[in-house]
Design a protein around this ligand. Structure first.
Ligand code: AMP
Ligand code: ZN
Length: 476
């Protein structure tokens, strides 16, 4: 099999994956801040991390994947300014920060489930690690930090090549943080934020620097080291993290390990999902979250497919048309595979006839996760004629395990979601469709036309002769 090559943001190059512990792949993904629902852009980051994990397993590695839950410490600005997002959400809603974290963590996990994102080996919840964070901060405080009234700050000049990941020195000063007075360097950042005198926070802990809360960057360094050991193999996150959050994690890792190593061999970043309609902003009323897609009758796995059609390093533009097209593409695969499942069971091993398909699939995913090509190879296999059905099914199962649609159990009925705006029941529509079949048998075309008009008026688009056999669809 071809070697797995991944794009390392550190070197801006493709590099062969060489695990630190033979046969194992240890991966840490920055998780969500649970002060609100996730938007589907956020979910792209987890579909990407999940695909990476699935590819690593396909390539034979024993995967240990950690995703964290940020339930404290992330400020409204990535610079050290603004409120803690959790405290702010609590103040606005009248609920406790703890309840808010619990609620949105559950919602996030529900979205992951819808998208077939595999459970990580462990969820690390930031507030569970605060004592470890304090110990970690103590161990680097003397050599690398200084105290201001507002907190304990990391001095970025104390580590080698600060900001190399962001290319901060060469690319128009990205990665700079400059909002707190008294800092030695613009890019210095808080690792402990003291609660201002006279205030109390819902989430605060005692520390050698006074009552307060950990900085967001500190959390990921501590949790990744605690669960995966230092250094580990791959660290993932969205491309925004390449500029501030990950350079700061690297600085802490280097300080704590007394080493120039960044802490992870490969740093990988997914590009953004963008929406020209501005519906990705959580502060702008209705925003693009998975439930909105579901509410309009689009199965979340159509969104997964939409993500996989693009390369994870490319920007992806969201549109409802694009999502609709992805749903049709998914339906075709689901129907092809369901038919096959009705005829055969997966064979123990596929024959030679499939070797070139498997090789092309493996080459594609090994080339920095080229899922767009892998998808077309899977579709070619689904469309193959005059081959052994059991062998074909086995190959589909293996490819599907990497792309993560669940084709071995998914049926077309699962994909048909009812838009919340629709008032008709499915039974009513199915009965109408059966009635249309009778009318057609009687060649009663005027009645057929009237029936179609009735259904259209009620928001049902009748698709007589639809090649997918879909019959009808509710308009969103
Ligand atoms: P947050 O909850 O803000 O920490 O974000 C969770 C994850 O989503 C991080 O890895 C972000 O980098 C990523 N992310 C945020 N916005 C987008 C977007 N529009 N497209 C893709 N990933 C995003
Ligand atoms: Zn992180």
């Amino acid at each position: 099999m071809t070697d797995l090559r991944l794009f390392n943001s550190l070197t801006r190059q493709l590099e062969p994956f060489q695990p630190i512990h033979p046969g194992e792949a240890r991966v840490y993904s920055c998780g969500p801040t649970v002060y609100n629902y996730q938007h589907i852009g956020n979910m792209r980051a987890y579909v990407f991390a999940d695909t990476l994990g699935r590819v690593l397993k396909f390539k034979g590695y024993d995967l240990k994947h950690i995703i964290n839950i940020t339930d404290v410490g992330h400020l409204t600005s990535d610079a050290d300014a603004g409120d803690d997002k959790m405290e702010k959400a609590a103040a606005l809603s009248g609920q406790t920060a703890w309840d808010i974290a619990k609620f949105y963590t559950a919602e996030f996990k529900r979205d992951l489930n819808w998208l077939n994102v595999t459970e990580p080996a462990k969820w690390t919840v930031a507030t569970d690690y605060v004592p470890a964070m304090i110990e970690y901060a103590k161990s680097i405080a003397d050599k690398h930090c200084y105290e201001l009234d507002s907190g304990l700050y990391f001095d970025v000049s104390t580590v080698p090549e600060y900001g190399r990941l962001a290319r901060a020195a060469t690319e128009e000063g990205e990665g700079r943080i400059d909002e707190v007075g008294g800092k030695r360097h613009q890019a210095d950042f808080a690792i402990w934020r003291k609660t201002p005198v006279g205030e109390t926070r819902q989430m605060e802990w005692d520390s050698p620097w006074g009552k307060g809360a950990p900085g967001w960057h500190l959390e990921c360094s501590v949790m990744s080291a605690a669960e995966l050991g230092m250094p580990f193999d791959i660290h993932t996150g969205g491309i925004d993290h390449r500029e501030i959050h990950h350079p700061n994690e690297i600085a802490q890792n280097q300080a704590h390990e007394c080493s120039a190593h960044t802490g992870a061999s490969i740093w990988m970043h997914n590009n953004f999902l963008i929406d020209r309609g501005g519906k990705m902003s959580k502060s702008a009323g209705e925003f693009l979250r998975l439930q909105l897609l579901v509410g309009r009758g689009y199965h979340p796995l159509a969104y997964r497919l939409m993500c996989l059609q693009a390369h994870y390093r490319s920007e992806l533009e969201f549109s409802w048309e694009g999502l609709g097209a992805a749903l049709v593409r998914l339906k075709r695969m689901v129907m092809g595979v369901a038919q096959l499942r009705a005829q055969a069971k997966p064979a123990a091993a596929p024959g030679d006839r499939f070797a070139s398909f498997i090789a092309r699939f493996s080459d594609a995913v090994s080339d920095d996760l080229n899922t767009a090509i892998a998808l077309t190879v899977l579709e070619e296999v689904v469309a193959l004629k005059k081959v052994d059905s059991g062998e074909k099914l086995a190959v589909i199962a293996a490819m599907d395990a990497v792309l993560g649609f669940g084709l071995m159990t998914l049926d077309r009925h699962d994909l048909r979601l009812r838009p919340i705006a629709a008032e008709l029941t499915e039974q009513h529509i199915e009965a109408s469709i059966a009635f249309r079949k009778e009318l057609r048998a009687q060649q009663n075309y005027p009645a057929l036309d009237r029936n179609r008009e009735d259904l259209t008026a009620q928001g049902v688009e009748v698709m007589d002769g639809d090649p997918l056999g879909w019959d009808w669809k509710l308009e969103a």
